[in-house]
Design a binder for this molecule. Structure first.
Ligand code: NAD
Ligand code: LMR
Length: 337
């Protein structure tokens, strides 16, 4: 069912499954949706998860009843719309795919007016009930919603930037898969680092840092970068009004979550790109940025710099920083209004 890299991740998790690694209480907010359902299934399969609380404004008890029959160790409970606080209570990790997805012709930014309020309200409940939980934001636009959540925590006086993550793993998954379709390499062996943010030109794949990727040049390189930056649109168009990526996103969300669980459990050297509060480009007015991050018991342990990149990637990065600055400012404006 899983790719070799995913199976390896799960088998590493099992090898590392001392009692300390099997203690993660997880809540999914938006568990009844297109991402939420398969994500809940994959979390039920993760040996680190001991308790899985599923919440949505509709349908979560049904999803929970279904997933709870799977023969893995975790206990699954569903929570109806009026039981948000109970769903979050005691969580170590809260994963949020709640909100509306795109339709053809829309940008992720077009989701802002609806999803900013959803995220603000959910974050307000989390700071009240489980302020120390690690918050993983899938809902779009990620580039603006991570700043919004961060401000909610700051205003409540409980902000720990090491524990709020925007999930950009789907960009890594896509870059790795799309590179493999050009070079014929095994994607399991050649993950591609993707930095910046999660939308269009803010997505910067670093193919020059991949032994296979650095051989792709000219038109093939341009096409590959474009496909990674606009891979989400491919799915939105193919689904023709029925939403955006759900299955690949659930896979990416579960993959990121497993990485986080391993870091929280004390495993060393757990590194993945994620969109977080970051000092890397603050001097250019960009307070949040995705780069490789080492995860550990406190969430973010170490933020890795982007490292050596090609001239083309320098140009991509410049454009990404402009986009990110405006996305972040939009989030801040909303929460200050
Ligand atoms: P969906 O419409 O299928 O599901 C969303 C779910 O959220 C629904 O079940 C809905 O009832 C629920 N919901 C809405 N408001 C809620 C609230 N206040 N509290 C709890 N639940 C609430 O959408 P989807 O396809 O699952 O996508 C969800 C979000 O994820 C979208 O914003 C989409 O753009 C985003 N997304 C992000 C990535 C990424 O890489 N980060 C990838 C794909 C999709
Ligand atoms: C994606 O990258 O697939 C998601 O962000 C959903 C979208 O709107 O494209």
């Amino acid at each position: 069912m899983f790719s070799r890299s995913a199976s390896r991740t799960l088998s590493q998790a099992r090898q590392f499954s001392s009692s300390a690694s099997r203690q993660t209480k997880v809540t999914v907010l938006g568990a009844g949706g297109g991402i939420g359902q398969p994500l809940s299934l994959l979390l039920k399969l993760d040996p680190h998860v001991t308790r899985l609380n599923l919440y949505d404004i509709r349908g979560a008890p049904g999803v929970a009843a279904d997933v709870s029959h799977i023969d893995s160790a975790s206990e699954v409970t569903g929570f109806a719309a009026d039981k948000l606080d109970e769903a979050i209570d005691g969580a170590d990790v809260v994963i949020v795919p709640a909100g509306v997805p795109r339709k053809p012709g829309m940008t992720r930014d077009d989701l802002f007016s609806t999803n900013a309020s959803v995220l603000r309200d959910l974050a307000s409940a989390i700071v009240r009930v489980a302020p120390k939980a690690n918050l993983c934001i899938i809902t779009n636009p990620v580039n603006s919603l991570v700043p919004i959540a961060s401000r909610v925590y700051e205003k409540a006086g409980v902000y720990d930037p090491k524990r709020i993550f925007g999930i950009s793993t789907l960009d890594v998954v896509r870059a790795t898969r799309f590179l493999a379709s050009v070079t014929g390499n095994d994607p399991a062996d050649t993950p591609v680092t993707v930095v910046g943010g999660h939308s269009g030109e803010t997505i910067v794949p670093l193919f020059s840092q991949s032994s296979y990727g650095k051989g792709v040049t000219g038109e093939a390189y341009k096409k590959l970068v474009h496909r990674v930056q606009f891979g989400g649109d491919e799915v939105v168009q193919a689904k023709a009004g029925a939403g955006s990526a759900t299955l690949s996103m659930a896979y990416a969300g579960a993959k990121f979550a497993n990485t986080l669980f391993r870091g929280l459990a004390g495993e060393k050297g757990v590194i993945t790109p994620t969109f977080i509060r970051s000092p890397l480009y603050v001097d250019q007015g960009v307070e949040y940025f995705a780069s490789n991050v080492e995860l550990g018991p406190n969430g973010v342990e170490k933020i890795h710099p982007v490292g050596p990149i090609s001239a083309e990637e320098e140009e991509l990065l410049k454009a990404a920083l402009v986009g990110l600055k405006s996305n972040i400012e939009k989030g801040y404006k909303f929460i200050e209004a």
